[in-house]
Design a protein around this ligand. Sequence first.
Ligand code: PLP
Ligand code: COI
Length: 339
Amino acid sequence: MDILDWKNLPFGYLKTDYNIRSEYKDGKWGDLEVSTSEYIDIHIAATGLHYGQEAFEGLKAYMGKDGKIRLFRWDENAKRLILSADGIKMARVPIEMFRESIFQVVKLNKRFVPPYGSGATLYIRPLLYGSGAEVGVKPSAEYTFIVFVTPVGPYFKNGFKPVNVVICRDVDRAAPKGTGIYKVGGNYAASLRADVAAKENGYVTSIFLDAKEKKYIDECGPANFFGIKDNTYITPKSESILNSITNMSLIELAKSLGIKTERRQVPVEELSEFTETGECGTAAVITPIGKIVDPDKNIIYEYCKDGNAGPVTQKLYNRLVAIQMGDAPDEFGWMTVVE
Ligand code: PLP
Ligand code: COI
């Protein structure tokens, strides 16, 4: 009997059997420990609570038709967590320890990996925070690393269907030389005012512009933005956005499909020239954008007028998902089987 209603899972937290933890003390990481508790005991003066010393990652495990569980480019997540740790002065999680933790936690929670064809996946959430007590503003001497998993459905509830988004000019998510390139909790806190307002107005998320000039597209809620014109995949280059592993992969896939690629500043006005737009990320996968509303300028950019993703977006989606599910050959060496 199925343990969950796999086809109708939300993108949210569901309790699983185990999580993995390790503590960094006296300059070194302790052994990985398996826990069944959903709770942590945390010092009241921990820097993770007071000064935002916290970073996380997000990746997925996919159940193939062949019954094998695969992870997508986990080494890129391990490297990005190191970048985030350096960015806010935390202890690094070594790549081998990251690997061991995520593979072990998936194996321990195997019964929660959604079946092939359900449209759901197992989301893996590694988390690193300063757990030592400090009251002055300085990096902690102690850290905690936790990895939990939760089965998830699509981030945007209709999955691969066009969504509407709104351009936000009155909130900045990240400053040009700030923490936008790191996957730290503070960036998400900074995005919440815009996100709540967007949802209240019927949009799934907001598009942030560059904080300095408000001329260029930056981040698209919890995902990177892309636009298509003249058989070219165009995605913003910015020093304040997360370097999305999905986006990086789409650039490679596009090239292999004969689609040109450009990574450069994308002026807001260029939205009128794109024939397709979308957002991409682990949670969002590829989500086509139907409408981008710019309330300050009173402009609505419309795509997907027939209610479906455009041809290039569709082609990229099909290829990406086929590789992730193990349906297509892993020609880029992106997938690792959990054994
Ligand atoms: N941008 C932001 C702000 C994100 O939170 C994410 C999610 O991880 C992404 C982009 C997409 O990155 P990735 O494809 O590595 O998941
Ligand atoms: C992801 O795509 O993994 C994310 O982290 C997005 C969001 C859930 C924070």
